[in-house]
Design a protein around this ligand. Structure first.
Ligand SMILES: [Zn+2]
Length: 342
């Protein structure tokens, strides 16, 4: 993923604080919070009442999955480790309705194999909610010990635990399709990981999820998708999920409501960013989408796309917060009839 633009608003906010320090008028508020960094202040959609117990999510088991995925080592596309992780994911989905979406991507490094894995869990209501996570590790860092514990590992493990919660009888709501998408990461250096940019992220990334969006548009599936929820970098022990200005505003409001109902709102939306990630191909096709991403991974995001992205930086508690909030978001969506348009 990539941040397209860091929020200018925050910069101007910081400037406001400095200038206010010299302002002797104590009656004036020190800082004006712009409405755009307070998403919960935007018009809320009609929401159903809070009902039912909080969603079940086994965060210790999710953390164990992160450790097991990371233990395979770096898993860039086309590698032997990547194949081992494919097999690992599929072994955990044995008996579930699974689709393997396998194709060859034309990349700036030539033709490379891509393998999306989709697990479908039926609901009683017409329509589908997608929960997606990429599982490949950064390709330009393939010669290093980069294992992407948070970047690709945490969210892939999260989805495995969702599968445990969803398996069994049809859920009383929308069908849920879990998508472990592949080749999210850029193939040529995109300016991250301490490497000089050779190609913009936008032109050389999101291979797997773009393929699925195109395929589902062609076969009519896309029309049945009510929402696309994305998880990326969700395991940081110091969890701060961003408010993403690319994501669909009403869906972000539902996410914040879900977090608030569970008492987790302090981990959500303290700042606004513009994030380019796996949700873009679905946003482009008018599917309401929200990215659950924490782009504050170590001070100033210092662990992102470095060999320091290791399991010791993560916490099962964070996986539990994101897991329960995603499931609560879906519980709310199930009861919103009709859902707002994009
Ligand atoms: Zn990455």
């Amino acid at each position: 993923m990539k941040i397209v633009s860091l929020p200018i608003l925050l910069f101007s906010l910081a400037f406001t604080v400095v200038s206010c320090d010299h302002d002797k008028d104590a009656n004036q508020p020190k800082v004006q919070i712009p409405a755009s960094i307070a998403p919960f202040a935007t018009p809320k959609p009609q929401l159903p009442p809070d009902s039912g117990p909080p969603p079940a999510f086994d965060s210790a088991r999710a953390m164990q999955y992160v450790k097991e995925i990371v233990a395979f080592g770096p898993r860039p596309i086309g590698s032997a480790n990547h194949k081992k992780v494919e097999d690992y994911l599929l072994a955990h989905l044995k008996g579930d309705e699974v689709e393997n979406d396998v194709f060859t991507a034309d990349t700036p490094e030539g033709k490379l194999p891509v393998h999306n894995i989709v697990a479908r869990f039926p609901g009683t209501k017409d329509g589908i909610i997608i929960i997606a996570s990429h599982y490949d590790t950064n390709y330009p860092l393939r010669g290093t010990s980069f294992v992407g514990a948070n970047d690709g590992g945490s969210s892939s493990a999260l989805l495995l635990e969702f599968a445990n919660q969803l398996r069994g009888k049809p859920r009383p709501g929308y069908s849920i399709w879990l998508v472990w998408d592949d080749a999210e990461e850029a193939i040529k250096p995109d300016g991250s990981g301490g490497l000089r940019q050779e190609m913009p992220f936008e032109k050389d990334s999101l291979y797997g999820i773009t393929h699925l969006a195109e395929k589902w548009q062609a076969d009519g599936t896309l029309k049945r998708i009510r929402a696309f929820l994305l998880a990326d970098m969700v395991g940081d022990a110091d969890l701060n999920i961003e408010h993403d200005s690319n994501s669909t505003p009403w869906l972000e409001a539902v996410v914040y409501e879900a977090a608030t109902r569970l008492g987790y709102q302090s981990h959500f939306f303290a700042r606004t960013m513009t994030v380019s990630d796996d949700h873009l191909p679905f946003l482009k096709r008018e599917v309401p989408s929200a990215d659950f991403i924490d782009f504050d991974y170590g001070y100033n995001d210092v662990f992102w796309h470095t060999t320091q992205d290791t399991v010791d930086k993560l916490s099962p508690k964070s996986l539990g917060i994101v897991g329960a909030t995603m499931l609560e978001t879906i519980n709310i969506l199930d009861k919103m009839d009709p859902l707002p348009p994009k």
